[in-house]
Ligand binder design. Structure first.
Ligand code: ADP
Length: 766
């Protein structure tokens, strides 16, 4: 995620969260304040309602008490039915005079009706009266009963019990006036109240219940005396029944959210508390609709702030990040090597100074990179020069080496004492290993000086493998090690590629395998790597050489491909070597478009793998494998030849002529190119061995003269073999371009020289 987006997100989060918190607080505070206001207004209202009800009840009670002290009632109780009719008419008169009574009855202490309003209908009957209320009234206490359904009146009623004193002893009560109030009048005082005037909602009303929750006054007559608010789970009713007053938001059984205010009917002026509860229910959504608007305003306000902040954040983030992204682009350009990429420094703030420092850094980096490139180039040149120097040096060493090896070989073929032979054998072994070292250094130098080019020549894979194996077969037989090879049927034998490189890699790997294997076997397996472009006739071959030798420790398996690297680097090494074989092999493999790697288990086995690219080659005649190790073999196959040896170095003249004469050839020596050309004029030669570096006229010039000669005494097609201590490919090419038939490197072994002469003479005959 880019810095710009991060800045925007952070700013937005930091603005949205407070905006939401502030908005929520505002909504809650508003709602709570509104709730408190409405709640206290509702409580006031319920207070006024209760006081109205109380006043009414008290008033009725006072009235009842007032006229119940009429002596007529005491008299009626004293004399019973004798006064009943008069008393009943009196009661009827009272009922008519005082509004709101169903009936009024005078009962004796056992609850029997002595007289009653309404033409004395109840006279002589035991009035269904609340025993406790009756008893309380007889005791002189104020009491009441109801509200309840009065079967006689078919109405709801509320009874007031007032004591009637004994006619003789006014300290005793001998009966009770039961005044049944018309409950409908009380109900109307409550149920008729519209809380907010025009509301039609079911929840907008006031209810009165008994202390047990039974509705005794309600807007819906159906619900009266049926619904129990506590049983249906109304918290407001429960709390009111516990003597609490207050308000809360609750959900009714009909799933309607209501704002409930609850209180109870208090004691009034000595009248016992009936324990009734007053509940006001109001439609929550309705009364809090104003907070909905508040909520909407807050949300709109928050959203506008967020949008504003988003725009500000974007502008701010862009202002900060634009120069930074310019710097990032410039840094990437510099990373990609474009050191000229500069940033405009158009501000004086920190970003501007960052851009300026960046530009300074880029300029310095450019200069440093330029110095570095020069240094790298110099180092490359120096490395090349070093490699070229090394290669030339080995040329200088090869010339005397030629003499040492040749002379030692020849001396060994003469009559010698045992001691002399021993000395010479030591010389031969030492010079042979010196030659191996020299060749390795030269090979590496050639590769590093980029003088080695991969050739594309047709060759037979089996011949190459056999020739390599034959080099080691003598040693293998001597040490009791089996060597074998398997080529997968998919692999074509006729290949086109660099057989010399392949041979050298195989020689290095087989050489190591035989060196580090004391018993067991060495096997080569060749297979084709699948998936290469077959139509183009190019493919990759996978070679693996498995030996049962000493193996390589796991931690060394990669480092052995490094220069001069050996597993056992202690000075008392058991196995001799230069530590260059694998380095050279790796470089050759890379030149052939492949790779090399090894796997091994220490003390058990090693497998060296390498891959290399080839094309399909033209069929060749399979060449017979030369067993080069076999020194006892007679190399002199060709008949006696007349050979002209053009060589300026006296020792080399001696070495070569002795070797050739031992094979029965006649040798004439020329000390330089000019002498060689002159010698051709007087004599018939079968072949010239031409050194390249000679005073007066070098081998190249002399060859060109011979090849272009119009002189009838000179055969321009005479076979010429170059003998050179220059080991570079370009030297070899120079020789062949000048017209020479082949090229042999100094120092050469006798068998190599003789074989090459044989080959060239054979080729020239056809
Ligand atoms: P050299 O053999 O001349 O020392 P190389 O570069 O050919 O140099 O090999 C480097 C080292 O790798 C060897 O010295 C040896 O320790 C280890 N090595 C190479 N081939 C094998 C093998 N087949 N078995 C065990 N060790 C090997």
């Amino acid at each position: 995620m880019g810095i710009r987006n991060k800045i925007i997100i952070i700013l937005v989060i930091f603005s949205i969260v407070p905006a939401i918190i502030i908005g929520t607080i505002a909504i809650n505070t508003g709602t709570n304040a509104l709730m408190r206001n409405i709640g206290s207004a509702s409580l006031d209202f319920s207070e006024s309602v209760t006081s109205r009800v109380n006043d009414y009840l008290f008033h009725k009670y006072e009235n009842t008490l007032a006229w119940s002290s009429n002596e007529q009632f005491a008299l009626a109780l004293e004399h019973g039915l004798h006064y009943a009719d008069d008393t009943s008419s009196l009661l009827e008169d009272i009922k008519q005079a005082y509004n709101g009574y169903h009936y009024i009855a005078l009962v004796d202490s056992s609850g029997m009706v002595v007289a009653s309003s309404g033409q004395n209908q109840l006279k002589g009957e035991a009035l269904f009266a609340n025993k406790m209320a009756l008893h309380a009234a007889l005791q002189g206490r104020q009491s009441f009963d109801g509200p309840m359904y009065d079967d006689a009146a078919k109405e709801y009623a509320f009874n007031i019990y007032a004591p009637v004193k004994n006619f003789k002893d006014s300290s005793l009560n001998s009966g009770v006036i039961i005044a049944s109030l018309d409950w409908e009048m009380i109900n109307e005082m409550i149920s008729g109240i519209k809380i907010r005037g025009k509301s039609q909602k079911m929840t907008d009303h006031i209810m009165m219940t008994r202390s047990d929750g039974l509705a005794i006054s309600c807007y819906d007559p159906e619900e009266m005396f049926t619904d129990n608010l506590i049983t249906i789970g109304m918290q407001s009713a429960r709390w009111a029944s516990e003597g609490k007053r207050g308000f809360l938001v609750e959900t009714s059984e009909h799933n309607m959210k209501s704002f409930s205010t609850y209180s109870y009917l208090p004691d009034v002026q000595g009248m016992p508390n009936p324990g009734w509860l007053i509940i006001i229910l109001q439609d929550y959504e309705d009364i809090f609709s104003s907070t909905r608007n508040l909520r909407l305003v807050v949300v709109l306000f928050t959203v506008s702030i967020v949008i504003l902040l988003l725009i500000c954040s974007y502008v701010l983030a862009r202002k900060i990040t634009l120069p930074l992204s310019r710097i990032a682009v410039a840094a990437k350009a510099i990373g990609d090597g474009n050191y000229d990429h500069m940033i405009s420094e158009d501000s004086n703030d920190e970003v501007g100074s960052l851009a300026s420092s960046f530009n300074t850094m880029a300029t310095k980096l450019k200069m440093t990179m330029s110095d570095l490139n020069d240094s790298v180039e110099e180092a490359k040149q120096a490395n090349k020069a070093k490699s070229a120097f090394l290669a030339n040096m080995s040329h200088e060493i090869r010339t005397p080496m030629n003499a040492i090896i040749g002379m030692t070989d020849m001396a060994l073929e003469t009559e010698l004492t045992t001691e002399q032979r021993e000395y010479l054998e030591t010389t031969r072994i030492s010079s042979a290993s010196l030659l191996v070292l020299l060749n390795s250094i030269l090979d590496l130098s050639k590769i590093e000086a980029e003088k080695l080019k991969i050739k594309e020549i047709d060759f037979n894979l089996i011949s190459v493998i056999e020739s390599v194996i034959s080099m080691f077969s003598f040693q293998a037989v001597r040490e009791g090690i089996d060597i074998d090879f398997t080529v997968h049927p998919d692999v074509p034998f006729e290949l086109n590629g660099d057989s010399n490189c392949l041979r050298q890699i195989l020689v290095n790997l087989f050489g190591n395998a035989i060196k580090f294997t004391n018993k067991g076997s060495i096997s080569l397996y060749v297979a084709k790597v699948a998936g290469k472009d077959e139509s183009n006739q190019t493919f990759i071959l996978h070679f693996s050489i498995h030996d049962t030798g000493i193996g390589i420790p796991k931690d060394k398996i990669k480092s052995i491909f490094g220069r001069f690297s050996q597993v056992d680097e202690s000075s008392t090494r058991k196995y001799t070597g230069t530590g260059l074989g694998l380095t050279i092999s790796q470089k050759l493999v890379n030149l052939m478009g492949g790779k090399i790697w090894a796997e091994s288990e220490q003390g058990k086995w090693s497998i060296f793998h390498f891959t290399a690219g080839f094309r399909k080659g033209l069929p060749l005649e399979k060449q017979e494998t030369k067993l080069l190790f076999d020194v006892s073999k007679d190399f002199c196959k060709t008949d006696s030849l007349m050979i002209l040896l053009a060589e300026d170095n006296l020792v080399n003249q001696k070495v070569a002529s002795k070797m050739l004469e031992k094979c029965g050839h006649n040798v004439q020596i020329a000390c330089n190119g000019r002498e060689a050309v002159e010698a051709l004029k007087g004599n018939k030669f079968d072949l010239i061995l031409m050194d390249i570096q000679m005073p007066e006229m070098d081998g190249i010039e002399a060859t060109e003269l011979i090849r272009n000669s119009k002189d009838s005494y000179i055969d321009p097609n005479i076979p010429i073999i170059a003998v050179t201590a220059h080991a570079f490919e370009e030297d070899r090419e120079r020789c062949l371009n000048a017209g020479m038939n082949s090229c042999i490197n100094k120092p050469f072994r006798k068998q190599d020289l003789i074989s090459e002469i044989d080959r060239i003479v054979q080729v020239n005959r056809f």
